[in-house]
Design a protein around this ligand. Structure first.
Ligand code: AMP
Length: 299
């Protein structure tokens, strides 16, 4: 089954203590779409400017991503820049140039409105609503967010939570949303805001699912070297949705394994700048790491 993914399609300039890489292919939707493409057909909804390199369009195409919902405007592509400290859990945003995002209104082609799985990757909650309004009875809707929207668009985000099956956020965002220091108390409070499933990501410490059958503690794949964690969260949720969309059976039966697949795709993302490593991965590489995680967590 196909997945519709809306989110940012960006040029990312990333600095780490060891290297600097300007204008890489980035954005929440790009990372999520490539991650999901290992498992299921993907329809991307986003916007880029006329400065968007053709080789990045080719890269989407190599992953068989449907670009019928990608608008190209005569303005600059969204450009984001971030810098990491030696501890890669600490990042600072250096620059956000909205460009095409100042006027973007996603209008879905008819062929996109029936996608059973919808991933509202990180983008303004008003745009996430706008996409959802155009969908015809999707089977499973997931949204991701970031601290910026908790700061400047909380009312829209709270309305969105009531329309979701699952909500994915990181631990600092969960704290910001609920004021709870304890992650399990935060999960309880977030369920009360609407979603049946809540996933809190904890970076290199994995993630926690809370749903009707209780908790699931999902490990991160142990990496000895992290090159650039940008987009790891988006890769996680993309891999998660991609796996869910093709797995036989219902969501409840597959959601734990889907998190493991998401976690593995995110680990590849961290091993290269931007999408450089993820785009060289094969399904066999992914399955091998899933088996390793199975062995590591079995007792
Ligand atoms: P993550 O590392 O999971 O936080 O995701 C990083 C990605 O988010 C980068 O590829 C950025 O292009 C994208 N991004 C940064 N700021 C924004 C924003 N305000 N809206 C949407 N996407 C953003």
């Amino acid at each position: 089954m196909s997945i519709l993914i809306v989110g940012s399609t960006a040029l990312d300039s990333i600095k780490t203590p060891k290297a600097e890489n300007p204008r890489l292919l980035g954005g929440s939707a790009s990372h999520a779409a490539v991650a999901a493409s290992f498992f299921s057909p993907v329809k991307l909804v986003g916007v880029v400017g006329d400065d968007f390199p053709r080789r990045y369009v080719q890269l989407y195409k190599r992953h068989r991503i449907d670009l019928g919902g990608l608008q190209i405007l005569r303005v600059k592509t969204f450009h984001w820049s971030g810098e990491y400290e030696a501890n890669m859990n600490h990042r600072r945003t250096l620059l956000t140039e909205l460009g095409v995002f100042e006027t973007f209104t996603p209008t879905l082609p008819k062929s996109h409105q029936n996608s059973p799985f919808v991933l509202l990757a990180n983008i303004a909650p008003s745009l996430q609503h706008h996409v959802l309004n155009q969908m015809r009875r999707p089977k499973f809707v997931v949204a991701d967010t970031m601290d910026l929207w908790l700061n400047i668009a909380l009312a829209d985000l709270l309305k969105l939570l009531k329309r979701l099956d699952a909500f994915v956020l990181n631990d600092s965002e969960a704290h910001q949303l609920t004021t709870e220091d304890n992650v399990f108390s935060a999960l309880k409070k977030i369920h009360k805001l609407g979603p049946k499933y809540v996933i809190i990501k904890k970076g290199s410490h994995g993630s926690i699912l809370s749903g009707p059958r209780g908790f699931f503690i999902c490990p991160a794949y142990p990496l000895h070297k992290v090159v650039d964690p940008t987009g790891a969260g988006d890769s996680f949720v993309g891999g998660f949705m991609g796996y869910l969309a093709t797995a036989r059976g219902g969501v409840e039966e597959n959601i734990r394994r889907a998190m493991i697949y998401g976690s593995v795709v995110a680990s590849f993302c961290c091993e290269g700048f931007g999408l450089k490593r993820t785009t060289r991965v094969t399904r066999a590489n992914i399955d091998k790491r899933v088996r390793e995680l199975e062995r590591l967590t079995h007792f």
